[in-house]
Design a protein around this ligand. Structure first.
Ligand SMILES: Nc1ncnc2c1ncn2[C@@H]1O[C@H](COP(=O)(O)OP(=O)(O)O)[C@@H](O)[C@H]1O
Ligand SMILES: Cc1ncc(C[n+]2csc(CCOP(=O)(O)OP(=O)(O)O)c2C)c(N)n1
Ligand SMILES: [Mg+2]
Ligand SMILES: [Mg+2]
Ligand SMILES: [Mg+2]
Length: 311
């Protein structure tokens, strides 16, 4: 396999949904879901920024799909299709492994590849990939980051911090169980949980950049203050064994857990029913900004609350 035509020929084998028009047309044509809002998101992955150059191509394909589906999960949406942007670097074995991994990921989430674009990247450039995910909101609409109310609790699904440790394992900085490496390379978007709790939240986002920074974004968007107790950040047993500090976990990012504001008693019932670990990590109040405490005692804010590109 080499070149644009060959890659598209391979992708054609995956794009079997009629809306994809066998990747022979200028665009995909998808019937609009009747009476439901469309949810649209686009996230990119760049080698050296989001994944290490030695990451297996199939895992990169999984992550490209999963991080976008995580944004849909945060809107309580059901995926209905994706469009992919692909940069060719001339490494044809990598391309073939990527397509195989993408096929597995699409099948796992039962989401059709509808189209995309393929371009050559200048020699030596880091690999760049993009994906647009299209979802269908629940009949009640999609939760917003702007809807938190004073007195709402801040909840997060767990664990938090495993992916950050997985990155350190991938970098060879520490040794640790393979499950942590997988948390970094193969995130699992919380689609089913997001869909079920969406009607019971006042605001929701996924945790991509870090628990603290993403919580502050919900607070800022809602015009409120948020207080987070580090003692309640849900760490995995493996992370505890490795001595992960809650503050490190809460600023590491790459978690792809759901973070939401709610005052509903339904939250704990749904989490127990779906066996999704959740933790109440904070609370929204009148005011502005982020305050962190540890078991109620004051803690100074770190200089960085999480990942910001170009910062
Ligand atoms: N280059 C861009 N063009 C248009 N909108 C953008 C661009 N980059 C980010 N956004 C928008 O800014 C908002 C925040 O982006 P981001 O932090 O990447 O969201 P998320 O963490 O949900 O992926 C989203 O509404 C996103 O669609
Ligand atoms: C090689 C490597 N270095 C560092 C990181 C850490 N990192 C890079 S981007 C990022 C935040 C998530 O990516 P972003 O593109 O900001 O996703 P979005 O917030 O748009 O969903 C994190 C935690 C990583 N994932 N891989
Ligand atoms: Mg984004
Ligand atoms: Mg995102
Ligand atoms: Mg980000």
């Amino acid at each position: 396999m080499s070149g644009e035509g060959d890659l598209i020929a391979r992708l054609r084998g995956l794009a079997t949904h009629p809306a994809a028009r066998s990747l022979l047309d200028d665009a995909a044509v998808l019937p609009a879901p009747l009476g439901r809002d469309l949810v649209l998101t686009h996230d990119m992955l760049v080698a050296g920024v989001h994944f290490l150059p030695d990451c297996p191509a199939g895992d990169v394909a999984w992550k490209l799909l999963a991080v976008n589906l995580s944004d849909l999960a945060a809107k309580g949406a059901t995926p209905i299709g994706v469009l992919m942007g692909y940069g060719l670097t001339g490494d044809t074995a990598w391309d073939a492994a990527f397509v195989d991994g993408l096929a597995r990921a699409l099948a796992h989430f039962d989401v059709p590849l509808l189209g995309g674009d393929t371009v050559a990247q200048p020699k030596g450039d880091a690999r760049v990939l993009g994906l647009t995910a299209i979802g269908q909101a629940l009949a009640g609409g999609a939760p917003d980051r702007r809807g938190a109310k004073p007195g709402d609790h801040l909840w997060v699904t767990g664990p938090i911090g495993d992916a950050g440790l997985g990155l350190r394992i991938a970098l060879g900085e520490i040794e640790g169980p393979r499950r942590l490496l997988k948390a970094y390379r193969l995130p699992m978007p919380r689609l089913a949980f997001g869909r079920t709790i969406a009607p019971h939240v006042s605001a929701m986002a996924d945790v991509s950049d870090g628990l603290l920074i993403d919580a502050r974004r919900i607070a800022d968007a809602s015009g409120l203050a948020v207080t987070i107790d580090l003692a309640t950040v849900p760490l995995s047993d493996e992370a505890r064994t490795l001595g992960l500090a809650p503050l490190t976990a809460a600023t590491a990012g790459d978690d792809y857990q759901l973070l939401f504001a709610s005052s509903s008693a339904e939250i704990e019932r749904i989490a127990a029913e779906q066996r999704v670990p959740i933790a109440c990590v904070g609370r929204f109040d009148q005011g502005s900004g982020l305050t962190i405490v540890d078991n109620g005692g004051p803690v100074a804010l770190p200089t960085s609350l999480g990942w910001e590109h170009g910062a």
